[in-house]
Design a protein. Structure first.
Length: 384
């Protein structure tokens, strides 16, 4: 019997987790101005170093076992080590503060940061093998952070340097956080409102793509400081001629030019992504959607767009294209004829090769999640 490694990514991650024991776990400095001295996990918490060593070796051995139990065990190991390391950093900072000056600072070291990143990657890789459902993947990834958030809430990490600085300068940190969130959402929302319609419009009119992307590329080449400088004069002029804008905070300096500049910088990747994504839709899927005569609403409500198949997910866009060509209710007989002629090909595309002839219960999505069944019911209603 040949024994081989069945989870190479897990083997790599657990092997690197073993190597991190040689790196500094925390960094201790007499005060916030001096450079810190690295302390290994073996020096700070020897028992925790033994736990990490045993977990890394166990994770490496598990990679040679077959079956779906291996990702589950890897997830358990990651969920064990991840909060333990975070708690251990707080305990190490607490122990060092007892024997040092109140001005001393203990911060996470490179070994801790790398170990935490490897634990998250190991958990993500295990979750990828355990389920394919996006909701369950999101929930499993989110619950990894549950214990660290509890540790932060109960004050187990208060002796770390970052939290000490936050306690001493809480107003400054809170103000910076509010400004960061303002810039984040103030850029995201206008970027989506402008970029998504612009991307769809350029996809429908390819001849305008070259000049539009040229203009967006030129914006990307302008340095941020130069762009802020170019915005000072027009924004100051607007605030002078329209006092209401000045009262709202629009001026040559401040948040307004930052929001405008960040929104302009965000347009190129967003618009390019929309156009590229729509161009990747197979032509067969568009023709099938045209034959179905589906608009975006019925396609989404029937569950056809959420079945996980690339061709099925393109049906709402194809339905919008069909309505634009034929009108909302015009040429219904032609659509029914196209649908009867092309449903078998669409079913093959949605349910997998050969699955349509065996029924929807043999679809990879299962009988309840098959994208063909609701589409078939819709076609039957349209044909009556």
């Amino acid at each position: 019997m040949t024994i081989r490694c069945t989870h190479r990514v897990g083997l790599l991650l657990t092997g690197l987790l073993l190597v991190t024991l040689a790196l500094p776990f925390v960094t201790y400095a007499p005060n916030r101005l001096l450079s810190g001295e690295g302390r290994g996990l073996w020096q700070a918490l020897p028992w925790l170093a033994g736990v990490q060593l045993a977990a890394a070796l166990a994770g490496m051995l598990l990679c040679w076992l077959p079956g779906r139990i291996v990702p589950f065990l890897h997830l358990l190991l990651a969920e064990l080590i991840f909060p333990l390391l975070i708690w251990g950093s707080g305990q190490a900072a607490l122990e060092l503060s007892r024997h040092g000056s109140p001005l001393a600072r203990t911060s996470p070291g490179s070994g801790l940061w790398l170990s935490l990143a490897l634990c998250l990657l190991l958990a993500s890789e295990a979750i990828r093998h355990l389920t394919v459902r996006p909701l369950w993947r999101w929930l499993l990834n989110a619950q990894v952070w549950l214990l660290p958030i509890i540790l932060l809430a109960i004050g187990a990490l208060d002796q770390l340097s970052l939290l000490k600085e936050y306690a001493n300068r809480q107003e400054v940190f809170d103000d910076a956080l509010r400004q960061h969130l303002l810039l984040l959402f103030g850029t995201l929302l206008p970027g989506l409102l402008i970029g998504l319609p612009l991307g769809v419009w350029l996809w429908r009119r390819p001849r305008w793509q070259a000049p539009a992307f040229t203009a967006l590329n030129v914006i990307q080449t302008i340095p941020s400081v130069a762009l802020f400088g170019l915005l000072i004069a027009p924004l100051a002029g607007l605030a002078r001629y329209f006092p209401t804008l000045g009262e709202l905070g629009v001026s040559g300096t401040g948040v307004a030019p930052a929001l405008i500049a960040l929104t302009l910088y965000a347009l190129l990747p967003l618009v390019r992504g929309v156009v590229t994504g729509l161009q990747q839709v197979p032509q067969d899927a568009l023709e099938s959607a045209t034959a179905m005569g589906m608009s975006a609403g019925p396609a989404l409500s029937s569950g056809a767009a959420s079945a996980g198949d690339a061709g099925t997910a393109a049906q709402p866009a194809g339905g919008q294209r069909a309505n634009r060509r034929h009108g909302g209710s015009g040429r219904a007989d032609r659509r029914r004829r196209l649908w009867r002629a092309g449903f078998s090909g669409a079913a093959e595309q949605c349910a997998g090769s050969g699955a349509a002839g065996r029924g929807a219960d043999h679809c990879p999505g299962g009988g309840g999640g098959c994208p063909v069944r609701p589409v078939g019911r819709l076609a039957k209603r349209r044909g009556q």
